[in-house]
Design a protein around this ligand. Structure first.
Ligand SMILES: C[S@@+](CC[C@H](N)C(=O)[O-])C[C@H]1O[C@@H](n2cnc3c(N)ncnc32)[C@H](O)[C@@H]1O
Length: 213
């Protein structure tokens, strides 16, 4: 497998991340501005900076790329952005009222790795806590279909594809897979949209909010 840390470190100064925060949906379900909030895979703190502007005060971001975090600390000195050193999330059980996962699953091609991360999120969320996810869905245009087909024999999942020049492996998700993956949460919101990508294209995408049962 690619070294995800290396790709995200290389991308740190050049990439602009694109999936929008649905502030209307987030504020509908996380009403307390003092809620403890964790942004997993926070990158350079783009989403947390929006939450800060909305008045949330207990915000933390974690990411496995130190260079993305450095960019975030430069841009948003008001934020707490920390290195995630291991696959486990370094917080106690039931610590957070809300967790965000924005365009992170697309960077995790393998089901088992996604399941591990979901387990960690379930662990650090308190019962009744809110998970906010946005990510990319499968597309049907010829460019995407060709790259999904090329990667299928290598990775075994339709929707995984390589960005050859950048050495990255990314994933667009089947909506049925997303439904099952997020089934441990009580469904609060699910909306699909068209979203710009970090490489200047457009992709199907979704926003999900769920409650830990
Ligand atoms: C497309 S960026 C999105 C960053 C940020 N969430 C945003 O929307 O602006 C994906 C981020 O996920 C991080 N990442 C990749 N694999 C991860 C993993 N297994 N666990 C946590 N973060 C991961 C990368 O370092 C990168 O910062």
């Amino acid at each position: 497998m690619q070294d995800p840390k290396r790709f995200w470190n290389d991308a740190a100064e050049t990439k602009e991340f694109t999936t929008p925060l649905r502030a209307d949906l987030f504020t509908r379900h996380v009403t307390d501005r003092k809620a403890e909030i964790l942004d997993v895979g926070c990158g350079y703190g783009r989403i947390l900076a929006e939450l800060f502007r909305l008045g949330y005060t207990r915000l933390r971001g974690i990411d496995l790329s130190e260079t993305l975090l450095e960019r975030g600390r430069r841009l948003h000195p008001e934020l707490t952005l920390e290195l995630q050193k291991n696959r486990t999330i370094d917080f106690p059980d039931s610590h957070f009222d809300a967790v965000l996962l924005c365009a992170v699953l697309t960077c995790i091609p393998d089901d088992a790795d996604q399941n591990f991360l979901r387990g960690e999120i379930l662990r650090v969320l308190r019962p009744g806590g809110i998970l906010y996810v946005n990510d990319f869905l499968l597309n049907t245009d010829p460019r995407n279909r060709a790259r999904y087909a090329a990667a299928l024999p290598v990775y075994g999942t339709y929707g995984v594809f390589e960005l050859a020049e950048e050495g990255a492996v990314l994933r667009h998700h089947d909506p049925g897979y997303v439904r099952e993956f997020l089934a441990p949460f009580e469904l609060l919101e699910y909306e699909t949209m068209l979203c710009p990508t970090m490489n200047g294209h457009t992709s199907n995408a979704y926003t999900f909010l769920g409650r830990k049962k």
